[in-house]
Write a protein that binds this ligand. Structure first.
Ligand SMILES: Cc1ncc(COP(=O)(O)O)c(C=O)c1O
Length: 470
């Protein structure tokens, strides 16, 4: 991987005094011959990391960058805890279990005490587990109807979804499932019940509905899709389950829109994934996968291992995994409660909506998502019909030069022609920072409107600018 070469070569040694120690091989790919003093090595790496961006100005990522001192302390205290080793760390295991049940309660599981679920490294792993459970359940249904998986025309199951994050493309490719991704069409940028119904058949293992679409931040209509599938079942007998990708939304909707029906209140919603490290506000490295009821997770996917000192059931793609993020997720649940999460998410949403109004006033931009009803933040495009001497990529580049990461990217099929720019508002982004950003955007537009021979970046090669899925 040569991705970080530029920075690697540009990195400077710690100081003139220490440069003799680490200037040469600390920045090569050659495995070091000799040992060194921890302090010197720490200082060198610390200084290299200074060249990374400032996470508070990174408005591209969904992941939390807000860390309380107590979280740092707990992370420090749990650096040696391996999540898989439940016999050695029974308290950590109990904390994970409590988090699963708290989430089941938050997501209105009919039987929160008997819900089954697990922590993961993030939503991607949780999505894989959700998809696998759907595939195994479908196989079982097929077998029950006397149609084994390898009977003619029955070889390849399919999964229906809207504009999803790349983890679902990975799931379908890695686990050999046909992806039936509803393409965007004109102004329809989300999944709709009608489009779902057009693609469902007896080989459909499920429908993935995203609560907080990566590209536009909006929530897809879980309730409406669920009702359409109920009707389909009455008419055809096809009983197609829903998995909700709530990577962001599952930690937003319960606090901001408690009456929105998207979770286990809908019997058709069989599983949900969420990223603890996004709006769950935990440090990076934790996600959650929950199933409505025990039988929604096929037993064949659970392995028992006895070599860690007890008989342990495991259901995950990883084996060893740090425990600190889960412990800190638990800290956040206890520390914030519904009240704290609600306050934080509402403030983030309000800032997003405020910025949407102000960015619309700047002139060249048409707001596509104004911060209401979905993920805190906003996105916009250049106004149709007007001609500007710059693209959104130019805006992103200029802002980047000034330390702000505000990505511009093209939409997935069929709307690759539509380029948008997106801001995510996370906890820690203040109104003052919003004003600073607005000022920077005004200056950026003024600068770009008077290019003075500045080379213009075209929309070509948009693929390499697609930073949407983080
Ligand atoms: C809708 C959606 N699903 C899944 C993911 C993957 O999540 P993670 O980064 O936690 O693996 C993302 C990431 O942005 C997302 O937006």
């Amino acid at each position: 991987m040569a991705l970080h070469n530029t920075r690697k070569l540009n990195a400077k040694p710690t100081s003139a005094v220490e440069s003799d120690v680490l200037s040469s091989d600390a920045q090569t790919y050659v495995f070091p011959e000799v040992s060194r003093e921890p302090k010197t090595v720490y200082r060198t790496i610390h200084d290299q990391l200074v060249l990374d961006g400032n996470s508070q100005h990174n408005l591209a990522t969904f992941c939390t960058t807000w860390i309380e001192p107590e979280v740092k302390q707990l992370m420090d205290e749990s650096a040696d805890k391996n999540m898989i080793d439940k016999d050695e760390y029974p308290q950590t295991a109990a904390i994970e279990e409590r988090c699963v049940h708290m989430l089941a309660n938050l997501w209105n599981s009919p039987e929160a005490a008997s819900t089954i679920g697990c922590s993961t490294t993030g939503s991607s792993e949780a999505a894989m587990l959700g998809g696998l459970a759907l595939k195994w359940k479908w196989r079982k249904r097929q077998r029950a109807q006397g149609k084994p998986a390898d009977s003619p025309g029955n070889e390849r199951p399919n999964l229906v979804m809207g504009p999803v994050q790349v983890c679902w493309h990975k799931f379908c490719r890695y686990f050999d499932v046909e992806i039936r991704e509803v393409p965007m069409e004109g102004d329809r940028l989300l999944l709709t019940p009608e489009e779902v119904l057009k693609r469902c058949d007896e080989n459909t293992i499920g429908v993935v509905v995203t609560l907080g679409v990566t590209f536009t931040m909006q929530f897809e209509p879980v309730h409406e899709i669920s009702m359409a599938l109920d009707k389909l079942q009455v008419e055809t007998g096809l009983d197609i389950p829903i998995h909700v990708d709530g990577a962001s939304g599952a930690f937003l909707a319960p606090f901001l829109q408690p009456d929105l029906l998207w979770d286990f209140r809908l019997p058709r919603v069989k599983s949900i994934n969420a990223s603890g490290h996004k709006f769950g506000l935990a440090p990076l490295g934790v996600g959650w996968a929950l199933w409505r009821e025990k039988h929604d997770l096929p037993e064949e996917l659970i392995f028992d291992v006895n070599y860690l000192g007890g008989n342990m059931p495991t259901f995950a793609l990883n084996f060893s995994r740090p425990g600190g993020e889960i412990i800190c997720q638990y800290y956040n649940f206890l520390r914030l409660g519904k009240q704290g999460y609600g306050k934080i998410q509402a403030e983030c949403s309000a800032i997003g909506a405020y910025l949407a109004g102000k960015i619309a006033e700047l002139g060249p931009f048409e707001i596509i998502y104004d911060g209401n009803g979905g993920i805190p933040g906003l996105c916009w495009k250049l106004k149709d019909g007007a001609s500007y001497p710059f693209t959104l990529y130019d805006v992103a580049d200029r802002l980047r030069e000034h330390g702000w990461l505000v990505p511009a990217y093209s939409m997935p099929p069929n709307r690759e022609d539509l380029v948008i720019q997106r801001i995510l508002i996370r906890h820690g982004f203040t109104r003052e920072m919003g004003e600073e950003l607005l000022c920077e955007m005004k200056q950026t537009i003024e600068h770009l409107q008077h290019p003075m021979g500045r080379p213009r970046r075209s929309d070509a090669g948009v693929g390499s600018h697609n930073h949407s899925g983080r």
